[in-house]
Design a protein around this ligand. Structure first.
Ligand code: ZN
Length: 243
């Protein structure tokens, strides 16, 4: 079965729709897993949440989701992120907020642990270095660990004590004792690796492989909606450069 792995959608509906269309025309997708930050920054939080529900996506919570739910405070958010959280709270009705509040921070599916940040700090820690990836993998019993939060697509492969960063293209993993992988699919709705295309990954559970994908979407449409909504214009501008 192929699993569509999404993260950091951030209320960007044009990007989410482009990813779903690209993934479903390229692969036979059986399940969709969303690694948090479903909302925040973008202009269409309700539309993204209802689309994810429609496709039966399994989701864990990110820091933006929990801030909108009122579970965590925005004291540690920068002012643009905090402004987007408060805008999102203002436009989402109670049912959506309840839905966000009810999301688990970690889940296990088919031998893969799902978390937004890291196992020890589920909505806060950035797994952005090999040593952090190694300790994150040591904290789980599963062969695979899927994370988001950094908005950078990456794979780390760990064999025994060795950990290696694999360029985000494809990884063929071998579930032999001592071998583990960590995958970040990158961000659907706000890529930050200077590539404005939406980022996602597909895990083939039978072939034991992971493929990273990029797809163009209507950035101007998403940026225009952000400006019309009265959200900080920086959030529109950064989509064009993928930063
Ligand atoms: Zn994010």
């Amino acid at each position: 079965m192929n699993v569509l792995l999404l993260s950091d959608i951030h209320s960007n509906l044009p990007a989410l729709e482009a990813v779903l269309e690209d993934a479903n025309t390229t692969f036979d997708i059986g399940e969709t897993w969303a690694l948090g930050d479903l909302v925040g920054y973008g202009a269409e939080p309700a539309e993204c949440l209802s689309l994810l529900t429609e496709i039966d996506a399994v989701a864990v919570a990110g820091n933006h989701d929990l801030a909108v739910a009122g579970t965590i405070s925005t004291a540690d958010f920068n002012h643009v992120a905090a402004a987007a959280v408060s805008w999102t709270k203002g436009v989402l009705d109670g049912g959506y907020v309840e839905h966000l509040r009810g999301l688990p921070v970690t889940l296990e599916r088919h031998g893969i642990t799902l978390v937004h940040g890291s196992p020890r700090a589920p909505v806060w820690e950035y797994v952005d270095r090999e040593d952090v990836a190694a300790s994150a993998l040591n904290d789980v019993d599963t062969v695979g660990l899927a994370v988001g939060h950094t908005h950078f697509p990456v794979i780390y492969e760990q064999r025994g004590r060795e950990i290696e960063r694999v360029q985000p293209v494809t990884l063929q993993w071998h579930s032999v004792a001592g071998s583990k992988f960590l995958v970040n699919p990158g961000s659907v709705g706000q890529p930050r690796d200077r590539d404005p295309r939406a980022s996602y990954a597909v895990i083939d559970l039978d072939a034991e492989s992971i493929t990273h994908m990029r797809v163009e979407y209507d950035v101007e449409l998403a940026a225009g909606k952000i400006r019309e909504a009265g959200l900080p214009t920086f959030l529109a501008d950064r989509l064009r450069v993928g930063m």
